[in-house]
Design a protein around this ligand. Sequence first.
Ligand code: 5AD
Ligand code: SF4
Length: 337
Amino acid sequence: MMREEILHYLGTSNPEEISALYTSADRVRAQHVGDAIHARALLNISNYCRRNCLYCGLRGQNRRLMRYRMGKDDILRTVDAAASAGYKTVLMQSGEDGWYSRAMIAETVRIIANHHDIDIALSLGERPDDDYRCWFDAGATRYLLKHETSDPALYRALHPGSSLDERIRILRLLKSIGYETGSGVMVGLPGQSLESIADDILLFRHLDIDMIGCGPYIYNPDAGLMRPGDHIWTQKMKMDTVLKITALNRIVTRDAMIPATTATEISSPGSGRACALGAGANVVMFDITPLPWKEHYIIYPREDFTNGIGDYPRLAEELTGLTGRPISTGYGRRNKP
Ligand code: 5AD
Ligand code: SF4
């Protein structure tokens, strides 16, 4: 699909065209990655962050957030429980928290890899290049680092002290190390154009990104970036565009792993996740962070803190009931069962 056609779909409000787009994405999904939905156990190990991304509640300058970090034993205990519950992937995520040394993460990864039949994904932000190499050697096989927007000026405005070029350099490095590499963008940022979203989709393809997570920008009063209504993106436009970008990513990449993101469900409670799964997505994430930590990982306002690790079989069953699709018992690696 060419840029012009992508832009056309992003811009259309013709309901027939839109539903044809979702249908064809769903068909490509079935043909290239099958019906199974892959579940990821998401463990938010720390909400400390040295960055100040304007949209995010974890930004270092947000004094209203209670900060926590899990130590190695807390992490290992939680991953043990996730593996016992049947999860085949654990994603360890945090703000950019320099407290975790290269060696400490490597040691944690190594212990998990030696004890459990579970894939290890990391999303710990920008780190020295050798950290990524070391953690791959220790047994981590996936790394997520979203580029958020491919518009360099908007990127600079939202991310004090960092650049889009550096982000893209790291994504290439991660691929070259051998990681299955994840990226993604937010949709509905103030000042974000449909043209730049078309470029985001082309960039995913150009970099051969393996996992692509896109969700709506959600206003967080404690972060301070503009509130909804202060710019041109209405709530409906945002959600429509999230589903369109999900569908277009599927059509353009064919076999990437594409989550129905948490932000999508939170923006459209009860239907967001299912709609994304019907428009090309094939992955869901369940937050297994133990209480009370879970309540403090507030990137954007959210309310659902109820489900725990042991709820996995029930959540999986609910999802199958909702979509008619099975939950995968495999690892859910790109292109492999
Ligand atoms: N709304 C939606 N998603 C957000 N993220 C951060 N802040 C917001 C927000 N206000 C997402 C970004 C980032 C991840 C930590 O969470 O995509 O990569
Ligand atoms: Fe930190 Fe990531 Fe939030 Fe930026 S988006 S402030 S790097 S947690």
